[in-house]
Design a protein. Structure first.
Length: 82
């Protein structure tokens, strides 16, 4: 049962991570098209998108780890009764 819950959590985290990336790309299609029209190469657009994805992922991981650490510290303090 624990593996099922762990798999569900991983699946939901993956969906939660992919959703903002997909929505950001869909919302920026007009801007990407305009950049392409003014001379940006496909490589430049892919590089820009890659770095935006990396920055978003790292920010999400750092904030998620901070939130998880805060939660674990509160629970461990409560369990240790200190």
């Amino acid at each position: 049962m624990n593996n099922l819950f762990l798999g569900l959590i991983i699946f939901l985290a993956t969906v939660a991570l992919a959703n903002p990336l997909i929505m950001a790309t869909v919302e920026r299609r007009g801007a990407l098209f305009l950049l392409r029209r003014v001379g940006a190469t496909t490589r430049q657009l892919l590089s820009m998108t890659f770095w935006q994805t990396v920055i978003l992922d790292v920010t999400g991981l750092v904030l998620g780890a901070a939130a998880a650490a805060a939660s674990v510290m509160v629970v461990s303090k409560a369990l240790a009764d200190t």
